[in-house]
Design a protein around this ligand. Structure first.
Ligand SMILES: Cc1ncc(COP(=O)(O)O)c(C=O)c1O
Length: 495
C-alpha cells in the first residue's frame, strides 16, 4: 500500500493506493481510498483563516473512490479496512500505526504533525477537540463541556490530574513552588496503578504523602477507610487534596464505588479523579457502563483508548470538568508560538495546555477507528471481551486444579491459581505457599519456551503469584480460551 499525503492548512487529504495487485483481484491497484478532513472555519469570514474555507460540510468525512472496472471486489478490499468484522478490523488495526506514521514520514516534516498551534495542524486540533467532547459527553458532563488533552499514556494523564488539582487549590505553586503550599496529601487505593505514587514523587509531594486506601476482597476501595484517613491527616495538620478512584484496576479489574467516594470528596472539598485508563472503555457499552456510575461527579478522568478499546499505542486522554484549568495550570505563553494577536481565534492553539511542546498525533488513529467502527462497534468489542472473560471464569471456576482469586470478574481480568496435582492434597502451610508461588512463573516460562502463548502473573498483597488473564482483543475466540486452559494443565501437571 502506498500512501500519499497532502496537507495544507485547511485540508488533509490522504490517498491510499495499492501499488501491488491484490492477490485475488489483480485490478485492485487502481483503487484508492481517500480520506478528506476539512476543518470548519471557527472565525468570522472577514478575517478568515484559512483564507478560503472549502465549501464542504463542517465535519470531518470519509470518501472512497475507485477507478477500476471491477467494482465489487475492489471496493470491498479497501472497505475491509474500516469494517468491524474480526478479520477486517485486525487488518485495519495492524495497518493504522503504519498509516499514521507514514503520514509523518512522507511529509518529511515532523512539525506538521505536532499540534501546538491551529495554524500548524488544524485538522488534528479539530479532530482532538471533537473527540474529547464526545468522550466528555459519554462521561456525562453536560453538553460535553470541559477540557482535555491526549497525553502520552495513562501514567501521564494521571499526573496531569494531580497537577491540576494542586493548581485548583494552590495556584501559587505554579510560580512559587511547593514551599507556597502546606503539606498536601493524595489518597489512592492499595490496588491502584503505581503512577499515582510516581506523580506524587515527580511533582514534589513525596511518596510518604500518597496514602494507600484499604480495599475489600474484590479490590474495591472501602469508603469508610478513606474518610478515616482524611480525618487522620487533618488531625495531623496536613491538607488532604486529591482522591483517585480507579475504574478498572490493573490486576483485579476492580471498580471503586465512585458515588460513595464522591460524597466524601464533596464533604471535605477534595479533588476527585477517576483513573479509567483500563476501565474507561466500558463507557461505550450500555451493558457495562453502570460499573462507572458516578463518574460524572469526577473533576477529572483518565481514559486510555489504547487499552480496552484496542487503539494502537499511544492513545490516552485526560478529561477535565472545569474549562480553562489546564491552560491556567500549564500555559507559559511562549511568544514565538502562542502570539495572542494572530488573525484567528487563538483558543484553538491548544498546545500550551500540555506539559510537552510538540506532541505526537495520537488522535488520528482513534478518530479513524471511531468513524470506522462507530460507538456500536466499540460496544460490541467491549461486550465480546467481557463475555469471553466470563466464559473463562465459568470454565475454570470449580474445575479441578484451579482456584479463583475472587468471585466473578468485574472487568476482563480473571485471576486464578493453577494448583498442580502434587500440591492438591497438601494443607495450607508456608511450604505450600512457597511452592505455589513458583508455579505461575514456571508455567509462563514453559509457555514462552514452547512459543505457544503468554499470560501474566503477579503476587498481590499477601497472595502468592497467581495468573491474571485479560482479554482486550475482540478477535480472541472461545477456542483460544480453551487452548489456554489446556496449555496450563499440560505444562503444569508435573510440577
Ligand atoms: C489502572 C491503570 N492506570 C494507569 C495505567 C498506566 O497507563 P499507561 O501504560 O498508558 O501509562 C495503567 C496501565 O496498566 C492502569 O492499569
Amino acid at each position: 500500500v502506498e500512501i500519499s499525503t497532502y496537507f495544507s492548512t485547511s485540508l488533509c487529504l490522504i490517498r491510499c493506493v495499492s501499488a501491488a495487485p491484490h492477490p485475488h483481484h489483480p485490478d485492485a491497484h487502481k483503487n484508492h481510498f481517500t480520506l478528506l478532513c476539512c476543518p470548519p472555519p471557527p472565525f468570522p469570514s472577514a478575517h478568515c483563516f484559512p483564507p478560503h474555507p472549502p465549501p464542504w460540510s463542517p465535519y470531518l468525512s470519509f470518501s472512497h473512490s475507485q477507478t477500476t472496472t471491477h467494482r465489487d471486489p475492489c471496493s470491498s478490499f479497501y472497505m475491509h479496512l474500516i469494517r468491524s468484522d474480526a478479520r477486517g478490523t485486525r487488518f485495519f488495526w495492524t495497518l493504522l500505526p503504519f498509516y499514521t506514521e507514514s503520514c509523518s514520514a512522507s511529509l518529511k516534516c515532523d512539525r506538521v504533525i505536532d499540534r501546538f498551534t491551529y495554524e500548524i495542524a488544524p485538522v488534528f486540533v479539530l479532530m482532538e477537540q471533537l473527540t474529547l467532547k464526545k468522550m466528555r459527553e459519554m462521561i456525562g458532563w453536560p453538553a460535553g463541556e470541559g477540557d482535555g488533552l491526549f497525553s502520552p499514556g495513562g501514567a501521564i494523564s494521571n499526573m496531569y490530574s494531580v497537577m491540576i488539582a494542586r493548581y485548583k487549590y494552590f495556584p501559587e505553586v505554579k510560580t512559587k513552588g511547593m514551599s507556597a503550599a502546606p503539606r498536601l496529601v493524595l489518597f489512592t487505593s492499595e490496588h491502584s496503578h503505581y503512577s499515582i505514587k510516581k506523580a506524587g514523587a515527580a511533582l514534589g509531594f513525596g511518596t510518604d504523602n500518597v496514602i494507600l486506601l484499604s480495599t475489600d476482597e474484590r479490590g474495591r476501595v472501602i469508603p469508610a477507610d478513606l474518610e478515616a484517613k482524611i480525618l487522620d491527616v487533618k488531625q495531623k495538620g496536613y491538607v488532604p487534596l486529591f482522591v483517585n478512584a480507579t475504574a478498572g484496576s490493573t490486576v483485579y479489574g476492580a471498580f471503586d464505588p465512585i458515588n460513595e467516594i464522591a460524597d466524601i470528596c464533596e464533604k471535605y472539598n477534595l479533588w476527585l479523579h477517576v483513573d479509567g485508563a483500563w476501565g474507561g472503555g466500558l463507557l461505550m457499552s450500555r451493558k457495562h457502563r453502570h460499573k462507572l456510575n458516578g463518574v460524572e461527579r469526577a473533576n477529572s478522568v483518565t481514559w486510555n483508548p489504547h487499552k480496552m478499546m484496542g487503539v494502537p499505542l499511544q492513545c490516552s486522554a485526560i478529561l477535565v470538568r472545569e474549562k480553562g484549568i489546564l491552560a491556567g495550570c500549564n500555559s507559559m505563553c511562549a511568544g514565538y508560538l502562542f502570539q495572542p494577536d494572530k488573525q484567528y481565534d487563538v483558543t484553538y492553539d491548544t498546545g500550551d495546555k500540555a506539559i510537552q511542546c510538540g506532541r505526537h498525533v495520537d488522535i488520528f488513529k482513534f478518530w479513524l477507528m471511531w468513524k470506522a467502527k462507530g460507538t456500536i462497534g466499540f460496544e460490541q468489542h467491549i461486550d465480546k471481551c467481557l463475555d469471553l472473560s466470563q466464559y473463562l471464569y465459568n470454565k475454570i471456576n470449580n474445575r479441578e486444579g484451579f482456584q479463583m482469586v475472587f468471585d466473578g470478574p468485574q472487568h476482563t481480568n480473571v485471576c486464578f491459581w493453577y494448583i498442580p496435582p502434587s500440591l492438591r492434597g497438601m494443607s495450607d502451610s508456608e511450604e505450600r505457599r512457597e511452592k505455589l508461588h513458583r508455579v505461575a512463573p514456571k508455567i509462563k516460562a514453559m509457555m514462552m519456551e514452547s512459543g505457544t502463548t503468554m499470560v501474566g502473573y503477579q503476587p498481590q498483597g499477601n497472595k502468592v503469584n497467581f495468573f491474571r488473564m485479560v482479554v482486550s482483543n475482540a478477535a480472541v475466540t472461545q477456542s483460544d480460551i480453551d487452548f489456554l486452559v489446556d496449555e496450563i494443565e499440560r505444562l503444569g501437571q508435573d510440577l
